[in-house]
Design a protein around this ligand. Structure first.
Ligand code: CA
Length: 229
C-alpha cells in the first residue's frame, strides 16, 4: 500500500487531500507542521510521496523539503504553494522537490500527480522492474521518470545527461564515437563542437563515479569516444 505524508496547517485542505488519497486506497500520514512531519517520518516506515505546503507555522515547507532530502533521496516530494512566482517554483525544484503545484489547485490534478510520482518511486516491497527501465549493474535508468538510480539512490540528471546515459545503457561495452553521442543526444542537425560531449561526460562522472578522476563506468576510448562499462 502506498504511504503518503501530507503536511498542511490548514485543516480543511489537509483533510480534503487526505480523504481523496484514502479513496485511492493509500495510507495517509497527516501533519500540521514541519516539526510534526519530521517526527512522523522518524517513527513510521518510509513514505512513497510527501505533499508539503510551503507556508507553515515554524519551519516552512522548503526547509522541510531540504531536511527530508538530507536523509531520503527516494521519497517523491510535491510542494504545494500559494506563491505562483517562477522563482519559488525553481527554488522548490532545486532543493529536491519532484513536483510543484500552486494554490488554489485541483484535487484531481494533485491526485494524478501523486499517482504519477508513486509510479516513479519504486520502493514498495515486491515491486519489480517494469518496462522502460534499463538496468546495468548497480544502476537503473528509468525512462518514464527520467531518473537514474545507483544502488537505489537517486542521481539527478539534466535532460542531456539523461540522454547520454540512455545511449550508454543501450550500447553497453560498446565504444561510442563522440560524433555519434553528439548526434544521438543533440540531434542530426546540431552543428556544435564535440567538446560539449566531453563537458557533459565530465559532469556525469562527477555524479555517478565513486572516483570521478578514476572512472570505472564511463571509460575513455582515447582518440575516439567513450564506453559504458
Ligand atoms: Ca499553509
Amino acid at each position: 500500500m502506498r504511504r503518503i505524508l501530507v503536511v498542511e496547517d490548514e485543516t480543511s485542505i489537509r483533510e480534503m487531500i487526505a480523504l481523496n488519497l484514502r479513496m485511492k486506497n493509500m495510507e495517509v500520514l497527516e501533519a500540521e507542521s514541519a516539526e510534526a512531519a519530521l517526527a512522523l517520518l522518524d517513527t513510521n516506515p518510509a513514505c512513497d510521496v510527501a505533499i508539503l505546503d510551503v507556508m507553515l507555522p515554524g519551519m516552512n515547507g522548503f526547509s522541510l523539503c531540504e531536511n527530508i532530502r538530507r536523509t531520503d533521496n527516494a521519497i517523491g516530494i510535491i510542494i504545494l504553494s500559494a506563491k505562483s512566482q517562477e522563482t519559488d517554483k525553481i527554488r522548490g525544484l532545486s532543493i529536491g522537490a519532484d513536483d510543484y503545484m500552486t494554490k488554489p489547485f485541483s484535487v484531481s490534478e494533485l491526485m494524478a500527480r501523486v499517482e504519477a510520482l508513486c509510479r516513479r518511486v519504486a520502493r514498495s516491497a515486491g515491486e519489480t522492474a517494469e518496462t522502460g527501465r534499463l538496468v546495468s549493474g548497480e544502476f537503473v535508468l528509468d525512462e518514464n521518470s527520467h531518473m537514474l538510480l545507483k544502488n537505489g539512490r537517486q542521481i539527478d540528471l539534466t535532460q542531456v545527461e539523461f540522454q547520454i546515459m540512455e545511449l550508454f545503457f543501450k550500447n553497453p561495452g560498446t565504444a561510442l564515437v563522440r560524433e555519434k553521442i553528439l548526434k544521438g543526444v543533440w540531434g542530426e542537425n546540431y552543428f556544435g563542437d564535440v567538446k560539449i560531449v566531453d563537458v557533459n561526460i565530465r559532469r556525469l562522472r562527477m555524479k555517478i563515479e565513486d572516483e570521478p578522476s578514476n572512472p570505472k563506468h564511463i571509460l575513455t576510448v582515447w582518440g575516439y569516444g567513450y564506453r559504458w562499462n
